[in-house]
Ligand binder design. Structure first.
Ligand code: XUL
Ligand code: CO
Length: 437
């Protein structure tokens, strides 16, 4: 069988002193952190679209990558070679999971029936490669945003025929995800939003989105798919205003439509920053509301301000992310999917390894640092003390709904001006810095 990464052998853990660029310095899959192995805690996944289908194109120029798995004039042959290259990559990197869009793994044909037949063929191969390598599917999803039929959205399209096409596509994508034993299924509303309200019935589009998601829940039950459904928020890009703007908007939408029990959130770091939030904020919001499901691990560039999907390398970001994820109980069905692409100038196949090795090490460091902060209770003590007024007396009466406005007015009239306490922001920032090593 053809080897697509002949210059790279199995990536191993060599420890922080290693200078081998093809070795992990911090990610040691079998090492235990807070009672579980790093592999179990981090549940890394490689995404198919950027890593194997990405071309290096940008709005100012076409692709720059020349991939050995693209070297055929026959689309289906390319799909087969790409799948083989992907599983060679997953195995050499030592990740447990992968993620795909339906259209990443098999090219669209002239009819839906023919496209589905192509998918079945590739999925049969993927089933075998999963068995051979032990690599599992973290989640599947549908690309209902690239084809011109979806230019005005999929489930929020003004045309019911496009809604039907998107439904057929999701039906099939859920079925193949189920067949491959996927732990989840993602809905990212690629073009579920609008460019101008002058031609948009916003109320109706939101109703259609809810109907569509209800149909997906029904179909999941019908086929016996036990994986978790996720919504992945993004505020803009490609549309000017996306409906699943951020985690709070998604949560409100789910609650309003009685879907909160059926969906969790797939939080993407770069989407968080596009929404004007930190990645940490979005994770903490989900944790606080019991909807933290999975993560698209990447980073944006605040100087550029678009979805650059860079590989995560910032230790502060990975530490704070893992701090929230660990305190929320860790991943169950979810994991850390590298929805990230190498830069346009990183044209060598080896660059794909450097990118993932660095990102996995960055999260391994974040995990270890966050675990130590938690073990020491270094920040917990400070936060607990800050809110201790709520544990007894006045605070407990308010939380227990024993006091109303009348009682609180009586209290205030009697006790006068409340004492103020320092928020000690510089102190907590220093504490964090002491752990980042
Ligand atoms: C786009 C994005 C998608 C989703 C899956 O910004 O993040 O790749 O993760 O459709
Ligand atoms: Co994503």
């Amino acid at each position: 069988m053809q080897e697509f990464f002949p210059n790279v052998k199995q990536i191993k853990f060599e420890g922080p002193d290693s200078r081998n660029p093809f070795a992990f310095k911090h990610y040691n899959s079998g090492e235990k952190v807070l009672g579980k192995t790093m592999g179990e805690r981090l549940r890394f996944a490689v995404c198919y679209w950027h890593t194997f289908k990405g071309t290096g194109s940008d709005p100012f120029g076409p692709g720059t990558f020349i991939r050995p798995w693209d070297a055929s004039g026959d689309e289906m042959k390319v799909a087969e070679m790409t799948l083989q290259a992907a599983f060679e990559f997953f195995s050499k990197l030592g990740v447990g999971f992968w993620c795909f869009h339906d259209r990443d793994i098999a090219p669209e044909a002239d009819s839906l029936a023919e496209t589905n037949a192509r998918l079945d063929k590739i999925v049969g191969m993927a089933e075998k490669l999963q068995d051979d390598t032990g690599v599992k599917l973290l989640w599947g999803t549908t690309n209902a945003f690239s084809h011109r039929r979806f230019m005005a959205g999929a489930s929020t399209n003004p045309s019911p025929a496009v809604f039907a096409y998107a439904a057929s596509q999701v039906k099939k994508a859920m079925e193949i995800t189920h067949r491959l034993g996927g732990s989840g299924y993602v809905f990212w509303g690629g073009r579920e939003g609008y460019e101008t309200l002058l031609n948009t019935n916003l109320k109706r589009e939101l109703e259609h989105l809810a109907i569509f998601l209800r149909m997906a829940v029904d179909h999941k039950k019908k086929i016996g798919f036990g994986g978790q459904l996720y919504i992945e928020p993004k505020p803009k890009e490609p549309t000017t205003h996306q409906y699943d703007f951020d985690c709070a908007a998604v949560y409100g939408f789910l609650i309003k439509n009685g879907l909160a029990g059926d969906f969790k959130v797939n939080v993407e770091a770069n989407h968080a920053t596009l929404a004007g939030h930190t990645f940490h904020h979005e994770l903490e919001f989900c944790a606080a509301n019991g909807i933290l499901g999975s993560v698209d691990a990447n980073r944006g560039d605040l100087l550029l301000g678009w979805d650059t999907d860079q590989f995560p390398t910032n230790i502060y970001d990975t530490t704070l992310a893992m701090y929230t994820i660990l305190r929320a109980g860790g991943f169950t069905t979810g994991g850390l999917n590298f929805d990230a692409k190498v830069r346009r100038q990183s044209v060598d196949v080896e660059d794909l390894f450097h990118a993932h090795i660095g990102a996995m090490d960055a999260f391994a460091r974040g995990l270890k640092i966050a675990a130590k902060i938690i073990e020491d209770g270094a920040l917990d003590q400070i936060v607990k003390q800050r809110y201790s007024g709520w544990d007894s007396g006045l605070g407990a009466d308010i939380e227990g709904r024993k006091a109303g406005f009348d009682e609180l007015e009586t209290y205030t009239l009697k006790n006068g001006e409340p004492a103020v306490q320092s928020g000690r922001q510089e102190l907590v920032e220093n504490v964090l810095n002491e752990y980042i090593r």
